[in-house]
Ligand binder design. Structure first.
Ligand SMILES: NC(=O)c1ccc[n+]([C@@H]2O[C@H](COP(=O)([O-])OP(=O)(O)OC[C@H]3O[C@@H](n4cnc5c(N)ncnc54)[C@H](OP(=O)(O)O)[C@@H]3O)[C@@H](O)[C@H]2O)c1
Length: 343
């Protein structure tokens, strides 16, 4: 008899719906290989109720352990819900960066709930989508390496825009293409004001053991963003930025340089993110489309840094990254008990 792992998921948008389909397609193979039956007990959207905490409470009453909570929303205010899930005995996989990048006290409370409850709290796809970025950082730290800097292009969306601008495409057209392909955040202003990159820098910094707050990140927006207006109004006026960005890209190109949105995390220096001119034949200048690159310079990887790169956005690869986190829980459940992480 296979063991059943009950999955309670909130969010069934681009990533959430792909995750449901991927889990469904792999279900028989996971039973065969691991003896664990992935049962999608609940896949909730906003129309199931406005309060994710209430949805979770309902799920906690109706699903037996071992159980897993998946946050595939971009909702605000989810930190207490993640904590509540862990304390109710759920493992947690999150695609949502916000609970990890808010006040440090919320982050610490989540990590402490995971330790107290003995449950996994997994967040690989919050940085670099399906790329093994958090896993790489964890392995470096677990093996006693010292991280000196993490630098690179952390946003597939902004890199997609940068390479479209290199090809002389107007910014407004490139932004529309990025939205059509599912690369942007639900509100693209989260990408354009640099907030999404800043959140990733905070998550990386915290995972590297640095106690940073949002105020410690210096960020320059990709374009000026007005939060006071409606999202659709902002998108209609995206063409207002076409000329200035085209001039900036052309001026850089005349000097053999390209514009890239570069972020840097360094102990002692804090975090920063902004449009930066880089040589067109450098690793950052050569990045194309929705690619990300993360360059880890450490005590061991000093002369030749450790580089993780590849597509850093897109619902299919993001869902696959969340599925890989889910498989970490499956392997632990297969070993017995409630799937608690090994001490
Ligand atoms: N797309 C990517 O390439 C990518 C890459 C890395 C990480 N992520 C992260 O993955 C998450 C999901 O992204 P997405 O592209 O799938 O966004 P999306 O298509 O907008 O989906 C978000 C889903 O969450 C639901 N939702 C929002 N607030 C909710 C609430 N309070 N209760 C229940 N459901 C709620 C939405 O419901 P409604 O449809 O009713 O609004 C929607 O179904 C985000 O946190 C994003 O940052 C995405």
């Amino acid at each position: 008899m296979p063991r059943t792992l009950s999955i309670v998921q909130i969010g069934r948008g681009q990533v959430g719906s792909r995750l449901v389909a991927q889990v469904d397609a792999a279900r028989a193979a996971v039973i065969e290989e691991w003896g664990v039956d992935l049962r999608q007990a609940m896949v909730a959207g906003r129309d199931d109720g406005p309060d994710p905490g209430a949805i979770l409470e309902r799920a906690a009453r109706t699903t037996p352990p071992p159980r897993l909570f998946v946050d595939a929303t971009a909702a605000e205010g989810m930190a207490p819900v993640h904590r509540q899930a862990l304390l109710a005995g759920f493992h947690v996989v999150t695609c949502n960066k916000k609970p990890l990048a808010g006040p440090l006290a919320d982050y610490d409370a989540i990590q402490s709930a995971a330790r107290t409850a003995g449950r996994f709290y997994l967040f690989e796809v919050t940085v670099g989508a399906g790329l093994p970025v958090i896993a790489t950082l964890r392995d470096l730290r677990d093996t006693g390496d010292r991280v000196a800097t993490i630098e690179g292009c952390f946003s597939g969306t902004l890199n997609f825009l940068c390479t479209a601008l290199d090809a002389d495409q107007p910014f407004s057209e490139a932004l529309r293409a990025a939205r059509d392909r599912g690369f942007t955040e639900p509100d693209p202003r989260d990408d354009l004001d640099g907030q999404d990159v800043a959140r990733k820098a905070i998550i990386l910094a915290r995972a590297a053991g640095l106690p940073v707050e949002a105020a410690d990140v210096r960020r320059e927006p990709f374009v000026p963003v007005d939060r006071g207006e409606e999202r659709e109004g902002f998108l209609r006026r995206a063409g207002d930025h076409d000329f200035a960005l085209r001039e900036r890209v052309r001026a850089a190109a005349s000097r053999g340089l390209r514009l890239r949105y570069v972020a840097r995390v360094a102990p002692g220096e804090g975090c920063r993110a902004g449009l930066t001119e880089v040589p067109d034949d450098s690793p950052l200048g050569r990045l194309a489309g929705p690619e990300n690159v993360f360059v880890f310079t450490t005590g061991r990887y000093h002369h030749h840094p450790l580089v993780v790169s590849g597509p850093g956005a897109g619902p299919e690869v993001t869902a696959a990254g969340a599925f890989a986190d889910l498989m970490t829980v499956v392997r632990a459940v297969a070993r017995g008990g409630n799937g608690a992480p090994e001490a």
